[in-house]
Design a protein around this ligand. Structure first.
Ligand code: ZN
Length: 170
């Protein structure tokens, strides 16, 4: 007799007698592989969160992530589907790559929604350039209009198989 269950992560039905599985709770199951992937995803998300918080603490010269900043971050995640790594890159983009000062930050990270898409486009262009050809200079791949506004990037993304600005992109 088959024991057909639905994986809580990928939502696919499978026979738990035939495939490695884990029991998530009383009546919930998952592929063993999906469960491990989820564990890795959560671990990465936690690491991304800590990295972002440390960056904000340094950037704004504060002692800790106060409730206002916490609320901003949570709001962006819930309302816009932003990720910790994406928000981190948005801040790096605005303050380091574009060279803006934190004078107008007002002790918060309210700039994030205003630069998130630009940062995404910027990092995506870098990623594409790296994918296209490791040998050529990335400036050649950034649209002409952008060359005027953006100084030559100080940092390059390490080559990755998948673009991971947004964690949900797999
Ligand atoms: Zn699964």
């Amino acid at each position: 007799m088959a024991h057909i269950v639905t994986c809580v992560y990928c939502k696919k039905k499978f026979d738990r007698d035939k495939l490695p599985f884990v029991q998530v709770s009383a009546k919930r199951y998952a592929h063993k592989e999906c469960s491990e992937n989820e564990g890795m995803r959560l671990a990465k998300e936690e690491a991304d969160k800590i990295a972002l918080e440390n960056y904000i603490i340094k950037l704004l010269k504060v002692d800790y992530i106060n409730p206002r900043i916490r609320k901003q971050l949570n709001t962006y995640i819930e309302q816009y589907g932003y990720t910790y790594s994406g928000m981190h890159k948005a801040l790096i983009y605005f303050y380091e790559i574009k060279g803006n000062s934190t004078d107008k930050a007002n002790g918060g990270v309210g700039i994030i929604p205003y630069v998130y898409q630009d940062a995404y486009n910027y990092y995506y262009a870098l990623w594409e350039a790296n994918q296209a050809n490791q040998d050529k200079h990335i400036e050649a791949y950034i649209p002409a209009e952008e060359v005027v506004r953006i100084p030559v990037p100080q940092r390059r993304l390490k080559k990755r198989k998948l673009f991971s600005f947004l964690d949900e992109e797999e």
